[in-house]
Design a protein around this ligand. Structure first.
Ligand code: DX5
Ligand code: ZN
Length: 222
């Protein structure tokens, strides 16, 4: 398994100062920046699009991890790749041909991710492992930050860890939603290796301490 990475979610940042927020969180030790793209249709909230991703791209060198909560997603994959996304993840429910969408992301030279909603079974990703770089387990229903972690998703994380390990493939296992210093150890123990955290980083006064706090369980276990 990889060393765990922390990916702060910009959704919880101060939107009036996005550029500075990106710089600050990168300086504070974030491994990736998680960018939540919401269309008010696939999820009941609207965030920002590729123009904003592109504007922020020059503010930090860390990988941009773009989580698409839009449907359809296919018409926008190239725009997010051009905007500077390093990883582009989408939900199987966002279109009729998940395999084709993942192929498109790979053909754009970007890493591909599949996002599983709380009710979406692990089987949704079982037959696309060969073109998947990241699997994201939603531990809340997508659309909003600041929700409570769904404990029911821990068994899914463990099941996916077994699936990834037995495939022998280099696939990251990410968790998103309600990740805090209290729930992070549970996610890591279940086998996650990338933690997304919005409120637990941008909602705190000291970003570096918050990020270190999320990593702490990994260090203790090492
Ligand atoms: C929810 C988003 C999350 C959100 C997490 O739809 O995918 O990335 O920002 O926020 P917290 O960490 O506050 O639950
Ligand atoms: Zn997200």
């Amino acid at each position: 398994m990889h060393a765990p990475l922390i990916a702060p979610s910009l959704l919880a940042a101060d939107f009036a100062r996005l550029g500075e927020e990106v710089e600050a969180v990168a300086r504070a030790g974030a491994d990736w920046l998680h960018l939540d793209i919401m269309d008010g249709h696939f999820v009941p909230n609207i965030s920002f699009g590729p123009v904003v991703v592109k504007a922020l791209r020059k503010r930090a060198a860390i990988p941009f991890d773009v989580h698409l909560m839009i449907a359809p997603a296919d018409p926008y994959l190239a725009a997010f790749a051009e905007a500077g996304a390093d990883i582009i993840s989408l939900h199987p429910e966002a279109g009729p041909h998940l395999h084709r969408s993942l192929q498109t992301i790979r053909a754009l030279g970007r890493k591909s991710g599949v996002v599983l909603n709380p009710a979406t079974p692990v089987e949704a990703v079982a037959h696309v492992l060969d073109i998947t770089d990241l699997i994201l387990v939603m531990s809340v229903n997508p659309g909003f930050g600041g929700q409570s972690f769904l404990q029911s998703q821990l068994a899914k994380i463990a099941e996916l860890r077994r699936m990834i390990d037995s495939s022998g493939r280099d696939i990251r296992l990410q968790v998103d939603g309600g990740v805090t210093a209290a729930t992070a150890p549970l996610c890591l123990a279940a086998g996650a290796d990338v933690l997304v955290a919005g409120t637990a980083v941008f909602g705190q006064a000291d970003y570096a301490a918050a990020i270190a706090g999320l990593r702490a369980p990994a260090r203790a276990a090492a």
